[in-house]
Design a binder for this molecule. Sequence first.
Ligand code: ATP
Length: 499
Amino acid sequence: MDNRTVLVAEHIDKRFGITHAVNDVSLTVSAGEIRGLIGENGSGKSTFCQMLCGIYSIGGGTFTLDGEELSIRNQVDANNAGIAIIVQEMGTLSGLTVAENIYLGHEGPFMHKGIKDTRAMNREAQRLLDEYGFGRIKAGVMIDHYNFEDRKLVEIVKATYMKPKILVIDETTTALSQNGRLELYKIMDAVRADGRTVIFISHDLGEVLAHTDKVSVLRDGEYIDTVVSSEVTEDDLKRLMVGREIGSAYYRTDFGQPVSDETVLSVRNVTVNGELEDVSFDLHKGEILGFGGLSECGMHEIGKAVFGASWNREGTVTLADGTEINDIPTAIKKSIAYASKDRDNESIILNESIRNNVVLPSLEDLSNHGLLNGRKMTRFANEQAKNMQTKMQNVNQFVSDLSGGNKQKVVLARWLGKGSQILVLDSPTRGIDVKVKQAIYALMAELKEQGRSIIMISEEIPELLGMSDRILVMKDGRINGEFQRDPDLNEETLIAKMV
Ligand SMILES: Nc1ncnc2c1ncn2[C@@H]1O[C@H](COP(=O)(O)OP(=O)(O)OP(=O)(O)O)[C@@H](O)[C@H]1O
C-alpha cells in the first residue's frame, strides 16, 4: 500500500423509495490497497459500489478518483474512468460469445469501417483467457454453453484485462470453487502489486482478514468504521457488523450420533453426458449428506439430477415408496426441494413479488376447493420470509429489489415453508451474512432432528465438515471419496480426494 489516496467518497447517499440503502457514507481508499467492505445482508455494500461503477445513479455526494470528481452515467463511463466491477450474480450476457462478453462496450479496436473483425476479437480474447490460465474456455463459443463458475471467470477477465485503477469484487468467491478462488486471490494480489486498488466484498470474514489490508464496515446503510485487517479478529468484525456480540457456535457440535439406516432416496447409475458418470448413492432419513469437489467435478449436476431437472439423464432416482423422479413436477409433488447455485436464473422469479416466489411450490396447500386464497398466501409468505429474517419492505416487494443475501433467504423460505422432506440445497449460504448463516445452520440441524433429509452441495469445505453426517467428494463426474462425520476429518483429507 503506498498510502496515496486514490478514491474519496464523500456523503454518498441513495434511497430506493422508503429504503435508505446508503446513508451519507464517506471513506477514502489508498492506491495499492485491498480494501474489504463488509456488512450484514442489505447493509448497502452493493448499492455503494454500484454507484461507483455506474450501475446505479448517485443519489447524493461525490466520488473523487485521483483528485478528479467523477461524473459517471453508466458502466462504460466507469470503465473509461478506470473502475470495473465483478458483480454478485451473473455478470455476463446470454446470447453473446465469450469474446463478445469480454469486449462488450469496448469493441472499438476490432471495428474496421463499421464491420467487426470477429476473428481478431476471438483471437485476442483467447490470448487473454490463456494468459489468465482459463484456456479451456473458448473465446468463440456462446457464453450460454458455460456454467455459472466459468461465466464468472469470463467476467473476471472482462473486469481486469484493462487494468482498472479500482476493481470492485462483489461477493464473487462463493460462486467459485477452491481453485477458482485461488485464481481470484492471485489476481487481487497482482492488482495490489501493480499499485492499483481492489474493493473486496465478502461474507467470509476469514477470507476478508486473510486477503485485505483494511476493512470498512457498513451497517443499515451507514458507515461504521475502517480497521486494519492484521489488528482485528473475526469476532471484532462480527461485532462491528451487527452492533453487538454474536455467539461463536456455528456448525453442529454433535459427533458420533448414528444416522438411521432407512433410505429415503436412491440414486443408481446416474450419468449425465459430460457432467456425471455412473453415480450411485443412498440418502437416509435425517441425514445431512454433503457433496464437495472442485469446479467441473459434477457436484452441482447432482442437485439437478435428483430434482428431475437434468437434460438427458440416464440411471434412476427413486424414493422409498418406489416413485421414480424424472421431472420437476413429480419432484415437487413428492416434497423434494431444490435451491440452485445459480439463484437469479434457476431459483427465483426476479420480476415477481416475494409473496409469489415463496408460495410457488405450496399453491395446492394454500387453495380452498381449487381457488387460491390471497390472504392465506400473504400470511404464509410473511411468516416464512420473517422466519428467514428477510430484510424487505413487505412481501409485495419485487425480489429483484432485494440484496443478494435476501434473495437467497426468499429461496430458502419457499422450500422450508413447503415442509419438504428432502431438501437439495446447492450452496445454501452463498452470499448470506454471518448472523443469518448461523440461523440457517441451526435450522438445518433442526430439520435433521425432525427426520428430514438434506443433500448439501457446497464449495465451502468448513461448511461440509461442520454440517454433514457424511461427505461424498466428487471428481471428474464420479464419486471419488466417502467420509463419515468425524471431528478429526480435516480440509486436507477432503482436498486430497478432490484433486
Ligand atoms: N433496485 C432496488 N430497488 C429497491 N431497493 C433496492 C434496490 N437495490 C437494493 N435495494 C435495497 O437496498 C438495501 C441495500 O441493498 P444492497 O444490495 O446494497 O445490500 P448488500 O449490503 O450488498 O447486501 P448483500 O450482502 O445481501 O448482498 C436493501 O434493503 C435492498 O433491498
